[in-house]
Every structure is written in structure tokens, then in C-alpha cells.
Unconditional design. Structure first.
Length: 398
């Protein structure tokens, strides 16, 4: 029997479904987390073979001892995984220390965690990248800006999501950034790209081949959602475009991805950009070696009438799946803000779109900055219907 250690299986809350499918496939599912056992969801109780509580998942020695305990009790560990961006580095360290080869090791981390290192692997795949520089000083940045012009984007070279990401429009904003930037953090500066985000979301087997592929589109910047409290909207595409599919597969090969659920982000140019390409061209943004955040796996399930939790667990257990896709819908997500005075009330939204809404609710404080306070996800069969849904929910009173 294979032994699978799931780090922080309780967050996000939908991750219990990964555990359920692993258990169905005959694996020992061993959880490590810092939430008391009695506070775990009943669904986790039912699908974990055993749970080891640590005082803090930030304490590597504690987590190491938990893995050592499970190794002593159950034998060799076959997989360690969190499917969570925040813990990717710790996951890799644990695999390296316990000689678990079914995932990224410590030496693999630079190319999958540092945005500056990712660019070389994108280039090897033949995918254009934005011009960039490490923001070491105001002088270095001004030299770069003379080349690319304002605006520019600055963000942590090793960062999660869109946190601490800023658009700078002039010299004063550059000076203000250096005055307020987080100390001890390396920032990367990139030229601004007028584009929307198109993603490649896939489950990759141990040979680096996809067993499932889809994608999403983000027409509103996640950076603006976080920094300016904009509504968070994106959608699972009805059909993955050929160029996104090819770019995703080329990226998988270049980065050496195996046995993972991945979320790769690309820019699709909304206007011609010198040195990169014409409007509509795809270019690199960043790789994320985990599922797209929050409830996106559920959105994929609704859009494809399938079960990516099972597909992923099948890949882990059998390196293949027989789970089929039932249909091809759009699935839209709209995350609304508490402080905005929207035209439609919750009751009015449900009255108009209730038959298409698959999930709604409030998000935790940890997810709200990027994903909104109250969310709605709904399926549609045409782009026009999807656009109408977004327009209705985004409308605010003057």
C-alpha cells in the first residue's frame, strides 16, 4: 500500500476531496497540520488514516518529526504533497531529506519559485518573456525604465499570488516604493504588458504527459483585485485554445514537471508589443506548481462535468485515469466586495441566475483580498451569457 503524506489537508477547505479520492484508490492518507483534530471537517476525519498535529507548520523540526513518525509507523513514504503554493519549498525540503523522489527536490526550487529564474526555462520552451531587472536600487531601476518606459510592475521575485505587487507610473511612485518596500525581500521589475491572463491548468503524469487539460481566463488584473479592492472575476474556458495547450505542454517539458497538478499563467497581448509580438500573441507570466487557487478545482468540475480530485488521485495511484469529461461549459467566478453598493442584491442574483449558479458563499479573510468577500460561480454555454452574468453582478449604484 502506498503512503501519502498530505501537508495541511484542511486548507483550502475543499482539499478534503483530494484525500477522499486517494483513500478510495487504496492509499494510506496521512495528514500533518496545525489545526486540532477535533476541529477538522468530518470529511477529513473519514478520509485520513491518521493525523499528526504540530504546533506550527512553520516549524520545520516539528514537521520533520511528524514525517519521521509516519515513516517509522507505516514504512517508506511514497509521496509528500500540500498542493499549496505556500508550502512548496517545505514540501521539497522534506522530500529531499527523506529521499522521496516523486516530486520536486530542494535543487529544483529556484526555477519553480523565483520569477527571474523561470524566464530562462520559458525561453528554452520558445515562449517570449517580458524584459526585467532585479530592483536592487533606484539607479538600476531608472536605467531600466529609460529603456522600457513607465509604467512598470514590481513584485517579489519569490512571491505567492499578487501580494506586494505594484504598478509604478512615475519617478515619485518609484521613490515611494523604495521607501516602503519590505526589507530583506528581493523584488523583480518588469515592463508593463497590456494583456489578459490565460492559464494552462493540467494534471501531469510521471512521464511528463497530461492526463487532463483545461484553462482559465482573467480579464481583470488580480493585482488590481488585491491592491485596489476591485472585483475578482475569471472563468474556465469552454475550450482550451490550441496555442495555450501547446505553450502549456512546452512549459511542462522545459520545467521537468512530473506527477503534479499545475497552473501556468500566460499573458495574451491585447495590443501589439514591440519585441514580443502582435495582439493575440501568448507570452510567459509565471508557473505555479499546484492547482489554481481557492475553489477553482470545483469550477473545473462544473465546466467539464468531471472530477479533477479523482483524476489527480488516479494519476498518483495508477499514473492514468479513466474518468471522462461530460461536457464543455464556461464556468464563471465573480468575487464581490462588501464595501460596494451593487445594483443587484443577493436575492436578485439568485432569482435571475439560480439555475446556473453552482456555488455561492463567503470567503475566509485569507482568500478575500484576491478572491472577494462573497462569491458566485455559475455555468453558461455561450460567451454572451457569461459576459451578461459578469455585467449584471459588477454593476454598482452611483
Amino acid at each position: 500500500m502506498k503512503n501519502f503524506i498530505f501537508i495541511s489537508p484542511n486548507f483550502p477547505t475543499n482539499y478534503w476531496q483530494f484525500c477522499r479520492e486517494l483513500k478510495k484508490n487504496g492509499l494510506n492518507v496521512l495528514g500533518i497540520g496545525d489545526q486540532p483534530y477535533d476541529e477538522l471537517m468530518p470529511q477529513l476525519h473519514e478520509n485520513l488514516t491518521e493525523y499528526y498535529k504540530v504546533t506550527s507548520l512553520e516549524n520545520y523540526d516539528e514537521v520533520y518529526r511528524a514525517v519521521a513518525f509516519f515513516t517509522f509507523k507505516y514504512g517508506r513514504i511514497d509521496f509528500i504533497e500540500s498542493n499549496n503554493e505556500y508550502w512548496l519549498e517545505q514540501d521539497a525540503r522534506l522530500r529531499t531529506d527523506f529521499n522521496i523522489r516523486t516530486g520536486f527536490q530542494v535543487q529544483d526550487l529556484p526555477r519553480i519559485k523565483y520569477k527571474s529564474k523561470m524566464k530562462e526555462y520559458y525561453r528554452r520552451a520558445g515562449i517570449p518573456v517580458a524584459r526585467w531587472v532585479i530592483a536592487e536600487s533606484i539607479g538600476v531601476c531608472l536605467d531600466f525604465i529609460r529603456e522600457v518606459k513607465y509604467p512598470v510592475i514590481v513584485k517579489p521575485d519569490n512571491g505567492v499570488g499578487a501580494s506586494h505587487t505594484y504598478k509604478l507610473n512615475n519617478d515619485q511612485e518609484l521613490v515611494d516604493f523604495f521607501a516602503s518596500r519590505e526589507r530583506g525581500v528581493s523584488y523583480i521589475m518588469e515592463e508593463f504588458i497590456h494583456a489578459e491572463i490565460n492559464s494552462y491548468d493540467a494534471i501531469i503524469d510521471s512521464h511528463g504527459e497530461p492526463v487532463f487539460e483545461t484553462g482559465n481566463c482573467t480579464p481583470i488584473s488580480i493585482m488590481d483585485s488585491v491592491n485596489y479592492g476591485d472585483d475578482a472575476i475569471f472563468y474556465i474556458v469552454q475550450h482550451l485554445s490550441d496555442d495555450t495547450r501547446q505553450a502549456g505542454r512546452d512549459t511542462v517539458k522545459s520545467f521537468g514537471v512530473k506527477s503534479r497538478f499545475v497552473h501556468f499563467e500566460f499573458f495574451r497581448l491585447l495590443s501589439d508589443h514591440e519585441g514580443i509580438g502582435k495582439k493575440g500573441t501568448l507570452m510567459a507570466l509565471e508557473v505555479n506548481m499546484r492547482p489554481c487557487g481557492g475553489f477553482t478545482p470545483d469550477m473545473i468540475n462544473y465546466a467539464r462535468e468531471t472530477d479533477v480530485y479523482k483524476i489527480w488521485a488516479d494519476m498518483i495511484a495508477f499514473d492514468r485515469t479513466d474518468k471522462k469529461i461530460g461536457a464543455y461549459h464556461f464556468c464563471g467566478y465573480d468575487g464581490l466586495r462588501d464595501y460596494k453598493n451593487y445594483v443587484l442584491s443577493h436575492e436578485e442574483i439568485m432569482a435571475k441566475y439560480g439555475s446556473q449558479i453552482k456555488m455561492t458563499g463567503r470567503l475566509s479573510d485569507a482568500l478575500a483580498p484576491a478572491m472577494g468577500n462573497r462569491f458566485y460561480m455559475a455555468i453558461f454555454d455561450t460567451q454572451e451569457e457569461l459576459d451578461g452574468f459578469f455585467a449584471d453582478l459588477l454593476a454598482v449604484r452611483e
